[in-house]
Design a protein around this ligand. Sequence first.
Ligand code: BG6
Length: 480
Amino acid sequence: MNFQDKKFPEGFLWGGATAANQLEGAYLEGGKGLNTPDVLPGGKVRLKVLKDPGFDFELNLDKYTYPNHEAIDFYHRYKEDIALFAEMGFKAFRLSISWSRIFPNGNESTPNEEGLAFYDRVFDELHKYNIEPVVTISHYELPVHLVKEYGGWRNRELVVFFERYVTAIFNRYKDKVKYWMTFNEINSSLHMPILGLGFAIQKEEDHYQPTFQAYHHQFVASAKAVQLCHEMIPDAQIGCMIVYLPTYSVDSNPENVLYALKEEQLFNYFCGDVQVRGEYPAFINRYWKEHKIELEIQEGDLELIKENTVDYISISYYMSRTEKKDKTPEEVGHGNILGGIKNSFLKASEWGWEIDPIGLQISLNQLYDRYQKPIFVVENGFGAYDKVEEDGSINDEYRIDYLREHIKAMGEAIQDGVELMGYTSWGCIDLVSASTGEMSKRYGYIYVDKHDDGSGTLERKKKKSFFWYQNVIATNGEHL
Ligand code: BG6
């Protein structure tokens, strides 16, 4: 199909996205310490653990499997994988640095040279093919030692350790990395603090106070990273990263509309307002008061946040959310991690994630209207079961359909006036799912022969979507 009218700008950053803990494997090699995803079990039990107040961050090898330990072994196979990305024509590759490869316990005073050298090799390989690395500093992980000894991000000391980590990587990679982002899907911790904030809410504890205090520490740490980036790498850009779900009211009943608006403010805008505008938004004061939240804010914190706002906004977009004030448990969609209700206008993936490409156009318009900053879609994709045919082919038409409609929606948003920097679709190569630890929830253009039980040769195969995306990039989004 020709998509002549919706031109993507020159230099648009087409590519794919991943995260260290979901693809690297080699979980104890090269001097790496244990990080939080290393102790998260695989399979549907992971979702329970993520919400378990008693979770102790211990490995339990007799009871669980840990797919992240080997993942897809990118640690040893990065050359082969990057060559495939180059064959698809990638202009950008989003990856994250694993904090515990650089500081195994998180609180050492000097970095681990073997860990630093690994990412040097990866960045050099990317540059060999003119692929721009886009680096997430913290993607759903932190050293387990910082959880056990310090209680994760609820402890202010993490700001100091994070600053040390960020200084080490900026110093080392200042000539190799020009696109950075701080905390992956920072707003998701409102629902699941284990992944982003590194602690489980204790049984007897109300989750509001520790969550917002930990957020304050992350905002300070993020502002510090922005400041350091601008000082140490003046030609680089650094963004925030938000999981964005446009939130619809189920109907035009003002009660429901107001409820959806409040949810949207809290989930979609709270973190962005702090990181992009440099201030806590007015709406949060009432929320804090009603939930008896009192933040400890040190002298200078608010000035630091105000003076060090991000250069761009990156988002992940998978689905929209539909809300109703008084919903019954039966109305809640089973894949809606945030608890929205089923939207009768939308179909869903096999994991219940509702498919809504127009929602992406809405999201981009909403974000640009609010902030007037460039936007980078750094995650979007379709998790599905893939079948390898007898002849070895993988005909993932459903994935192509999903991606095509979402790319069209981005083209429409560009026509609407939105400044869009790039698109790195999620899991460009099959990797371990973050929410369920499964391999069978596949997103890739490249199939990896690895299964939920840990079996498989790790062989890579090109899916049908590989060739489709290659053509999308070659035509700068004109042939979809
Ligand atoms: C995002 C995360 O939430 O969605 C990724 O940043 C994650 O780490 C992706 O993998 C898809 O989610 P899942 O649970 O299907 O892997």
